[in-house]
Design a protein around this ligand. Structure first.
Ligand SMILES: Cc1cc2nc3c(=O)[nH]c(=O)nc-3n(C[C@H](O)[C@H](O)[C@H](O)COP(=O)(O)OP(=O)(O)OC[C@H]3O[C@@H](n4cnc5c(N)ncnc54)[C@H](O)[C@@H]3O)c2cc1C
Length: 293
């Protein structure tokens, strides 16, 4: 199966997620083009094999049993970026940090907020990733992709239905292949200075030296997840080697553990915050795969 593609059989997903957790995917494939993504779907469809799409794996918890079927990782072979006037057109596998730095080099402002988000353009658009008052919805003008049956799609900003950490990608079920950003002209040095200021703030507040998937939970209406978790006395709380970070209570980190422990910690934190603060924490990270090994 899938021999004509750049593919790995039984790929340990712990190597492909920033949380460094997760069992094997039956096949992990790295497409080179939109046409190859369509061809992968066609081959999987003929064989009745399920397909899962990932980017850099920085917002994912893959369970210990791994992922059955084909996982398509858009990152590796689809990362071209070009600058056209005040627009940047990036393939979905390009990293947000790289795009933000290219924008700064070209004297284009608007993507500074994204420079420290460790995901791809495709994952960023899917999640409407954001930080420091910026989010993808503010700078994306067009999203190109392909549906599982091979039909190309092209959506405007409005059609993307961006919301808080969500977009139309999930409901409309397509793979993002290319994104157009429209930015504003600015001073190169000032753009770089803003980027390094934001990244310094990030490094000061977030545990960037241990495996995590960023903020585990969404911001509940009217609250901050990290503040709630902290107020419930949960900093340092752990299940096995899964722990609420001492540095930032919104980050549940992996200190050498299993996905089962990580999931148990998530559930424990949710139930304690519900009990003590009467607020439901909804996961921001996406959980993939099966629990049984
Ligand atoms: C240290 C750290 C800090 C972080 N800080 C932030 C932050 O400040 N703000 C923020 O919003 N997030 C943050 N995150 C979370 C994460 O980086 C973002 O959500 C990022 O946008 C995910 O991109 P990804 O490529 O890793 O996607 P993945 O985690 O691989 O996938 C996320 C979702 O997008 C889907 N997807 C990915 N690529 C495609 C594609 N090409 N087509 C269709 N669907 C696709 C997947 O199916 C999945 O549902 C942080 C994470 C870490 C580890």
């Amino acid at each position: 199966m899938f021999e004509s593609f750049d593919v790995i059989r039984n790929a340990e997903m712990s190597q492909y997620t920033t949380l460094r957790l997760g069992g094997p995917a039956d096949w992990l494939a790295f497409p080179r083009s939109r046409e190859e993504i369509a061809a992968m779907y066609a081959e999987a469809g003929d064989a009745g094999i399920p397909v899962t799409i990932i980017g850099h794996g920085s917002n994912l918890l893959v369970l210990d049993g791994g992922i059955r079927g084909l996982v398509i990782r858009v990152e590796k072979n689809m990362r071209e970026i070009r600058v056209e006037g005040n627009r940047i057109i990036a393939q979905a596998g390009a990293m947000l940090g790289t795009v933000a730095r290219m924008a700064a080099e070209a004297g284009l402002a608007g993507l500074e907020f994204a420079s420290g988000i460790p995901g791809t353009v495709g994952g960023g658009v899917t999640m409407n990733a954001g930080a420091y008052d910026g989010e993808m919805a503010q700078v994306v003008t067009r999203v190109d992709g392909v549906e599982p049956d091979g039909t190309p799609v092209s959506l405007s900003n409005g059609e993307m239905a961006f919301g808080y950490r969500t977009s139309a990608v999930k409901d409309r079920n397509f793979v993002v292949t290319e994104v157009t950003f429209e930015l504003t002209e600015g001073n190169r040095e000032e753009i770089f200075a803003r980027m390094s200021d934001l990244n310094a703030r990030r490094a000061e507040k977030q545990p960037l030296d241990v495996p995590s998937a960023g903020s585990t939970f969404k911001r509940p209406e009217g609250y901050f997840a990290a503040a709630l978790i902290d107020q419930c006395g949960l900093k340092g709380y752990s299940v096995g080697g899964a722990m609420v970070s001492m540095k930032h209570a919104g980050f549940l980190i992996n200190q050498g553990t299993s996905s089962a422990d990580y999931l148990a910690l998530m559930r424990k934190v949710q139930s304690i915050v519900l009990e003590r603060a009467n607020v439901h924490l909804e996961p921001e990270i996406r959980v993939l795969g099966s629990e049984e090994e």
